[in-house]
Design a protein around this ligand. Structure first.
Ligand SMILES: *Cc1c(COP(=O)(O)O)cnc(C)c1O
Length: 384
């Protein structure tokens, strides 16, 4: 089976991890801050807070922005469930903003109309979570301007988008947001096996997220409610978690970061080759918005009229050994969210997308032979 995504591990990665195993620290050592500084410098932001997953990063990002019961978080329906679940962890309510049918990202036009209506109804969201689907940046200038106008915080879910550029600026620089979150799951652009990072330009938000990832505990005397009892002393100031990243993971992350640009460049070569090889087929290829440089985490095609049914094409590809996938089932259609009150038809552009989307293999190690195999299988699978 040719998978839809795959990690790229070399001897450099193996050496970096094994070196940690024989070092003093397996956790809470120097590799985590080194990895945080490396990512922060690369994307041009002041702070990076490394955690054990992007899901954890989204959770502490919401908490640091004081999201709680009675508040509202908005995200895109076409995303992994974690983009919405982070709000539920905080006891907040969730709503969705439908996608732009061309980019598949949250539509700034729909958002503008929805914010206007929400203001009239006195129910503005506290946080908006735009998701850079497939690695293509959302229209952050427009989303950021709307958020500012209505006093709404923004957390970018950039799980797909480390290495992407928006108008020449790296995603993660938080130009139009409070916090940006990356994922380092093996199928993503770089990996730490499991892992994530929350980027921010705001020192207070960074300090709060650092505390929340480690039980809400501080050793900073300035933050304590009274003078320290002694050198052993620490205080728990709020309810936090153990969301820490290990030294092994951070060392792997540092080694992967040295190849970030090469990974994304290779993904672009594969995308360009797909664009040529698929040009004559009845499928819509990924549209790239002007001024964006995608990280190309995913290569999503959408079936046009006149092909075999979506389900049939998908099943034929899997049977042919092509590990296609579908990113994503709109979140509002999940039973958990249906129980909250969402129904089919609520977000029509997202549902139309879902009816035709297929993620075909895309990862740096995909060979030309394997890519040709994907294209040949697709050509056959599309025949009605
Ligand atoms: C992968 C992913 C997440 C969750 O990342 P983890 O590191 O697995 O927790 C969240 N949002 C999106 C859009 C993702 O693709």
């Amino acid at each position: 089976m040719i998978p839809y995504g795959h990690q790229d591990i070399t001897q450099i990665d193996i050496d970096a991890v094994t070196e940690v195993l024989t070092s003093e620290f397996l956790t809470q050592g120097p590799a985590v801050p080194r990895f945080e500084a490396m990512v922060a410098e690369r994307v041009g932001t002041a702070h990076g807070v490394a955690v054990n997953s992007a899901t954890s990063a989204l959770h502490i990002a919401c908490l640091a922005l004081d999201l709680g019961p009675g508040d509202l978080l908005w995200t895109s329906p076409v995303t992994f469930v974690a983009s919405a679940n982070c709000g539920r962890y905080c006891g907040a309510d969730i709503d969705f903003v439908d996608i732009d049918p061309r980019t598949y990202n949250m539509s700034a036009t729909v958002l503008a109309a929805k914010l206007q209506e929400a203001e009239a109804n006195g129910r503005l969201p506290k946080i908006i979570v735009p998701v850079h689907l497939t690695g293509q940046p959302c229209d952050m200038a427009a989303i950021g301007a709307l958020a500012k106008r209505y006093g709404v915080a923004v957390v970018e879910d950039a799980s797909h988008a480390i290495g992407a550029l928006d108008q020449g600026t790296p995603v993660g620089a938080c130009v139009h947001s409070d916090i940006t979150v990356f994922s380092f799951h093996p199928v993503k652009i770089i990996t730490t096996a499991e892992g994530g990072m929350a980027m921010t330009q705001n020192t207070d938000l960074a300090a709060r997220m650092e505390r929340l990832r480690s039980h809400g505990i501080t050793r900073d005397p300035d933050l304590m409610t009274h003078a320290s009892d002694g050198p052993w002393y620490y205080q728990q100031l709020e309810l936090g978690f153990n969301y820490r990243m290990t030294e092994l993971q951070a060392a792997l992350g540092c080694a992967q970061m040295t190849r970030l640009e090469a990974f994304v460049a290779r993904r672009h070569v594969i995308a360009d080759r797909y664009a040529t090889l698929l040009a004559d087929l009845p499928v819509t290829l990924p549209y790239q918005a002007p001024g964006t440089y995608s990280a190309y985490h995913l290569y999503v095609i959408n079936l046009q009229d006149g092909t075999a049914p979506h389900h049939t094409v998908f099943t034929r590809l899997r049977a042919a050994g092509i590990g296609v996938n579908l990113h994503y089932i709109p979140v509002h259609l999940q039973p958990y969210y249906a129980d909250i009150g969402f129904t089919p038809g609520d977000f029509p552009a997202s549902e139309t997308y879902y009816a035709g989307a297929i993620s075909i293999p895309m990862y740096p190690g995909l060979t030309e032979e394997a890519q040709d195999q994907v294209v040949a299988a697709l050509r056959t699978a599309l025949i009605p």
